[in-house]
Design a protein around this ligand. Structure first.
Ligand code: CMC
Length: 430
């Protein structure tokens, strides 16, 4: 391929030169924006397998090499040396903060963690057994009815307040959604605790006794938030960008992202993995379920396996797998039958020709649920945990999208395959 232009030849011999752009890393991209105006054709790429939808400076993934970097920093280094709030600053503002910047950012995130009391009453309207993802997406959407000062997407200060507010309040909203199902009173945030500690306390404390924070649990959670913080143009992030591209208020855009995340092919997979492991139940049943997953006539899939981008290994899964051992050991659950079953299933799938040929490896969701479970987090909250971490990425992408001078409303085209023009037929003649 010529590095400057890509020459396209139409069936009738017309040629068109399309500019090629080179990024910092990753494949070049061919600009096709003029294709329709000049050749009268659209491109067709369902699922956006070969389509770049934007120019982004936030996250880089090399799916063949198993590389994930936030603003150029390998996720392994951030997981080892950083913490979630610092990583949030990095993703949002592009650089690791100085000590003063970090202290200011931490204070702001801490001080924004309370909810408007009126919003708390909103929770009472949900059914007692509502899924927490339904509650969280609805409450985040409803924030646009409470925080009117941050609705102007063109105001930089309003964008900053929105940013700190949503990142600070997501754990509070998530914990409140859990308390609703548990039938327990809502626990207010506390400013002397860090992000993960505060969340654990809001989730598990009850007014009747002191809650003791487990440092291993808080560290494990912080690490999981880091690993989930961003993943470039995934389904929910693209949803946030698309919803926000119309100029809709940012709370609605994030609520749209939360809804997209809920699906089992995306963030809902962590919950689905746990359900799958429970259904398999015993190692002797593994071959039966593996065969089911391979059967072309059966829609069943092994949850937590495969990824659109990673075709070698998911670097997040490697880090989480190691942490699984530590957490289970600390929690005294090394003999966790579900973890044992997960390890066996992993081994069987990694040696099976079908999974090897299709490059289907365990992804981040395969192990995260086992850790959440060891921490006592209920299965229905697993995808909410993903949402807390990913909110940082959604906001970083929303900010990049809304300030892009070349930004336009997202509006894909289609190949129409419905009926050709036909005339209306009166109801008595049909
Ligand atoms: N079990 C069995 N077969 C599978 C699986 C699986 N988990 N995943 C993909 N395949 C097969 C699929 O049937 C297809 O076969 P064929 O080429 O014969 O038609 C082939 O592998 C390619 O799959 P695809 O659906 O075309 O790939 P995709 O890139 O569109 O989908 C995926 C990626 C993650 C949605 C898919 O692998 C999947 O459904 N995995 C299970 C759900 C899951 O674990 N999701 C979490 C993703 S990681 C966290 C996140 O990003 O949210």
């Amino acid at each position: 391929m010529n590095k400057e232009v890509f020459t396209l030849t139409s069936p009738d011999g017309n040629t068109m030169e399309l500019p090629v752009r080179t990024g910092t890393a990753g494949p070049d991209v061919v600009e096709i924006g003029r294709l329709y105006a000049e050749q009268g054709v659209f491109t067709y790429d369902p699922g956006f397998v070969s389509t770049g939808s934007c120019d982004s400076e936030i996250t880089f993934i090399d799916g063949n090499e198993g590389v994930l970097m936030y603003r150029g920093y390998p996720v392994e280094q951030l997981a080892k040396h950083s913490n979630f709030v610092e990583v949030a600053h990095l993703l949002l503002y592009g650089e690791l903060p100085s000590a003063d910047e970090l202290a200011g950012f931490e204070t702001s995130i801490t001080r924004h963690s309370m909810l408007n009391e009126g919003m708390l009453r909103f929770f009472n309207g949900f059914r007692y057994d509502a899924h927490p993802m339904a509650v969280v997406s609805a409450v985040v959407g409803s924030m646009s009815a409470y925080y009117h000062d941050t609705m102007d997407v063109n105001n930089a200060e309003a964008r900053d307040v929105f940013t700190h507010r949503i990142i600070a309040k997501l754990p509070t909203i998530a914990a409140a959604a859990h308390k609703l199902t548990a039938g327990q009173p809502f626990i207010y945030p506390r400013n002397d605790l860090n992000y993960a500690e505060n969340f654990l306390r809001m989730l598990f404390a009850v007014p009747a006794e002191e809650y003791e924070i487990d440092e291993v649990a808080a560290k494990a959670l912080d690490l999981l938030f880091i690993l989930h913080a961003d993943h470039e143009q995934n389904c929910s992030t693209s949803t946030v960008r698309m919803a926000g591209s119309s100029g809709a208020n940012p709370y609605s855009a994030i609520a749209a992202g939360i809804s997209a995340l809920w699906g089992p092919a995306h963030g809902g997979a962590n919950e689905a993995v746990l359900r799958m492991l429970k259904e398999i139940g015993n190692a002797k049943n593994i071959p039966k379920y593996v065969e089911k997953a391979k059967d072309k006539d059966d829609p069943y899939r092994l949850m937590g396996f495969g990824h659109r981008v990673y075709k070698n290994f998911d670097p997040r899964a490697t880090i989480i797998r190691e942490m699984c051992h530590k957490v289970l050991e600390k929690m005294g659950r090394t003999d966790s039958p579900l973890f044992e079953l997960a390890l066996e299933l992993e081994q069987v799938a990694l040696q099976d020709d079908y999974f090897v040929e299709k490059n289907l490896y365990p992804n981040v969701d395969f192990y995260s649920g086992i850790i959440y479970r060891a921490l006592g987090i209920p299965t229905s909250m697993f995808t909410v945990m993903f949402a807390i971490g990913r909110t940082v990425g959604w906001v970083a992408h929303w900010r990049e999208m809304i300030t892009d001078p070349h930004g336009r409303i997202s509006r894909p085209r289609q190949l129409y395959s419905g009926p050709a023009k036909r005339d209306y037929v009166a109801v008595e003649k049909r």
